[in-house]
Design a protein around this ligand. Structure first.
Ligand SMILES: Nc1nc2c(c(=O)[nH]1)N[C@H]1C(S)=C(S)[C@@H](COP(=O)(O)OP(=O)(O)OC[C@H]3O[C@@H](n4cnc5c(=O)[nH]c(N)nc54)[C@H](O)[C@@H]3O)O[C@H]1N2
Ligand SMILES: Nc1nc2c(c(=O)[nH]1)N[C@H]1C(S)=C(S)[C@@H](COP(=O)(O)OP(=O)(O)OC[C@H]3O[C@@H](n4cnc5c(=O)[nH]c(N)nc54)[C@H](O)[C@@H]3O)O[C@H]1N2
Ligand code: SF4
Ligand SMILES: [Mo]
Length: 700
């Protein structure tokens, strides 16, 4: 590439498009898609195209802040770091290690997460390390672990061009993964069929050959009935399935009762459509499944995942090129973070805190006592907020995530955050809704200003490099973590001179595991397209697909067919709150909008939060297009502007998640003011997509 052009990877969603970034006078001037890159071959979506405006936006935090009598006050790094480290040490000595917690974002690099894991799990001795991936991919992760024995996405994007059926459930990829959507559309033009399962007529449903407009929350019933039909109508080669799956006999028994008539009643999907969908799956040569937050943001999330995998396994659509579960992550490094151990149950290198051998391996590697690593899982982020309320948790260190906006039941979250004796917030911008509540704010550098590795959804490792210098005193997250660790007294253990040194240390914990990075070096990533993991040696080309030998990392080598029953969502509509509220993403904004809310066109065009309502409901409630409306749940109220659209069925309303108080939209527009903090019991992922509300016109 020319001198001023640099290769990078997009910092937004987990697809991991390759970018060709033009730097002029130390500013990122233009972002294009990287031609020839296997993911996107020169293509990008609007989010990446607009990166220069976001990266150069006003409002960057340039100096550390510490809360003093007159509020958050600019101080030097030494003062901020020694204040934070001193307070952390005080809290640990007074209340024990489990009184502190760390909560990071999925745009942190693997090096940053490695350091945080080492500090918290290895040296302080608490497993309270969480990541926004808890709100995003934890159910996908537990779904894969329970079905195939490991959190390793088996497929790759090249499977799209080999498939003849796409089953897309709870995934509005036209909006959320536009580059993948284009590849799916191209394949559809060549004859592939598309089934979309979504309670809304989403932008993705618009291209479907079959749109299954399911009643929200009921996917397990639908999936079970599809599996029932596959078995009953002779689409399952039971002898082969038994070779690579355990549990067929139990599942068959369980599914006997899941006939389409029963599922039709629960899902509101006509039984004929269920049968037709099952037959289409049975006849397909190669089916790829996509699922996303319509599954994961649910109190039954893991069961939705398991029952979808049952369908792929039964119909022989697993472990073959063009067939299988193609899991895409929401955020750039959501897979990398999991593999480094960014959840409170995990240890680096796809290990678990529950496993003695794993604790021993990691403790030896870190030169620490095995009992230093606690065998008890740490708190999930929702339990951490509960802990702040009860006093069990005293200090929370937030980095690269904005929980005051993104967690459910926002009033309760804010109260919890305010109760902390110490709230450290590390962000690129200030104020954010979360940094406003902090005792210490550390200014961080962002994508393009720091170096580290992302692992994207098809297990591809890539280096994102520092390509511009910054004004002000912001520092990379890895450096800030190291400074605090040093100030807490961990000098020898945290004596790194570069992120590359951190990576080389982490690498040792990946050897001979599915995440094997033995063949990955910074130099290799600079010289060529990053390999797909595992990549055990420098001359190894990487591994596009996993488990094509039908050998799964479970005790008997087979995948598990799991008998799962439908359970109702945690909160059902009732007389006082008769509507179901769904929430989701829009094309114009990314997550909590701290970045995209700074774009001029969004300031001009998307100032309002819409609440979309079905025309029949609107008429009944006396609501017209553009009316100011309010939705209310047990937990709070949210305002918006009515959009009367025939997109959802009667009784179901929808709004986007993005609108915190800041960046021009105004107070009270945040969907999470009303959402439910009930969680899936297996993945601890909150039910962000289903709560009971009432809706009314605001009279002024
Ligand atoms: N432009 C843009 N792109 C993004 C993001 C963004 O904020 N903006 N965020 C990124 C992130 S972090 C993520 S996780 C992804 C999310 O990407 P998606 O999961 O595709 O997006 P969502 O809008 O969260 O939800 C998807 C769909 O689930 C449906 N749904 C709700 N309840 C149910 C149900 O019970 N069953 C079924 N089958 N469907 C249901 C909703 O109607 C919605 O259309 O997008 C990523 N990409
Ligand atoms: N109701 C409802 N709620 C939802 C969802 C929904 O669909 N409905 N979606 C959920 C999902 S899937 C997700 S993933 C979460 C996302 O929730 P969050 O993680 O809270 O969302 P982001 O806006 O991505 O937050 C990233 C933060 O990190 C900062 N940042 C960016 N880069 C860096 C960096 O390099 N270093 C540091 N220190 N900071 C940086 C940004 O300014 C921003 O404040 O929201 C969840 N919440
Ligand atoms: S699809 Fe995702 S990774 Fe690709 S350019 Fe858009 S936001 Fe970035
Ligand atoms: Mo996400």
């Amino acid at each position: 590439m020319e001198n001023n052009r640099h290769k990078s990877i997009c910092p937004y969603c987990g697809v991991g498009c390759g970018l060709d970034v033009n730097v002029v006078n130390n500013r990122i001037a233009e972002v294009k898609g990287l031609k020839g890159y296997p993911v996107n071959d020169g293509d990008i979506c609007a989010l990446a195209y607009d990166l220069p405006e976001v990266i150069n936006a006003e409002g960057r935090l340039k100096k550390p802040l510490v809360r003093k009598e007159k509020g958050l006050t600019e101080v030097g790094w030494d003062e901020a770091v020694s204040f934070a480290a001193g307070k952390l040490n005080d809290i640990i000595s007074k209340y024990g290690p489990n009184a502190v917690a760390f909560y990071g974002g999925a745009s942190n690099t693997i090096e940053e997460y490695y350091l945080m894991n080492k500090l918290m799990k290895g040296l302080i001795g608490t497993n309270n390390v969480e990541c926004s991936t808890r709100l995003c991919m934890s159910s996908t992760s537990i779904g894969l672990v329970s079905t195939i024995g490991t959190d390793a996405p088996p497929c790759c994007y090249a499977d799209i061009e080999l498939a003849d059926l796409f089953f897309i459930a709870g995934n509005n990829m036209a909006v959320s993964l536009p580059i993948i959507f284009k590849r799916v559309q191209n394949q559809k033009e060549k004859g592939a069929k598309v089934i979309v399962v979504d309670p809304r007529k989403s932008q993705t449903a618009a291209i479907a050959d079959m749109h299954i407009q399911i009643r929200p929350g009921t996917d397990v019933a639908l999936n079970n009935a599809i599996a029932h039909v596959l078995l009953k109508d002779g689409y399952v080669d039971e002898k082969s399935v038994e070779l690579y799956c355990a549990g067929l006999a139990d599942l068959k028994k369980h599914l006997e009762a899941w006939h389409p008539e029963r599922a039709a009643k629960i899902t509101n999907v006509p039984k004929e459509q269920i049968i037709e969908a099952a037959h289409a799956i049975g006849k397909a040569k190669s089916m790829l499944t996509f699922w996303f937050q319509g599954y994961n943001h649910s109190s039954q999330a893991v069961f939705k995942n398991n029952t979808l995998h049952n369908i792929s396994l039964l119909s022989g659509n697993f472990s073959r090129p063009g067939a299988g579960p193609l899991t895409i992550n929401g955020e750039a490094n959501a897979l990398g973070n999991r593999w480094v151990g960014a959840l409170s149950t995990l240890l680096p290198g796809m290990r678990s805190v529950l496993n003695y051998e794993h604790r021993e391996e990691v403790a030896n590697y870190w030169n620490t006592q095995v009992d230093k690593i606690s065998p008890t899982p740490g708190l999930s982020i929702i339990d951490t907020i509960k802990g702040l309320h009860s006093g069990e948790v005293r200090a929370l260190w937030v980095c690269a995530t904005n929980p005051a906006v993104s967690l459910p039941n926002a009033n309760w979250v804010e109260e919890g955050l305010k109760k902390a004796d110490l709230l450290i917030v590390q962000d690129i911008f200030h104020p954010t809704e979360t940094s406003l509540l902090a005792n210490v704010v550390f200014p961080a550098t962002q994508w393009g200003e720091k170096t580290g590795i992302f692992i994207t959804s098809e297990r591809r490792a890539e280096l994102i490099e520092k390509i511009v210098d910054i004004e002000g005193d912001a520092k990379p997250d890895y450096e800030i973590i190291q400074m605090v660790a040093n100030a807490m007294g961990f000098k020898e253990e945290f004596a790194y001179n570069s992120p590359e040194e951190v990576f080389e240390e982490f690498k040792g914990l990946t050897i001979n595991r599915i995440c094997d990075m033995g063949g990955v070096t910074y130099d290799r990533l600079r010289a060529e397209t990053g390999p797909q993991l595992p990549c055990p040696a420098l001359d190894h080309k990487g591994t596009p697909r996993l488990f094509n030998d039908y050998n799964f990392p479970r005790l008997d080598g087979r995948a598990a067919l799991l008998a799962r029953n439908y359970i109702e969502p945690a909160e059902l509509p009732n007389e006082k709150f008769p509507f179901i509220l769904l929430t989701g993403k829009s094309a114009a904004h990314f997550n909590t909008r701290t970045r995209t809310g700074r774009l001029q066109h969004s300031k001009n065009n998307s100032k309002t939060n819409y609440i979309s309502i079905n025309p029949v409901d609107a008429k009944r409630m006396g609501i017209a297009e553009n009316d100011k409306v309010e939705a209310e749940s047990k937990r709070g109220k949210v305002k918006g502007v009515a959009r009367v659209l025939d997109k959802t069925r009667e009784g179901v309303i929808f709004m986007n998640m993005h609108y915190g108080d800041l960046l021009g939209v105004g107070k009270g527009m945040l969907a999470n003011l009303v959402t439910n903090n009930a969680c899936d019991m297996h993945s601890k992922q909150p039910e962000l997509k289903f709560c009971a509300v009432n809706i009314s016109k605001i009279k002024n």
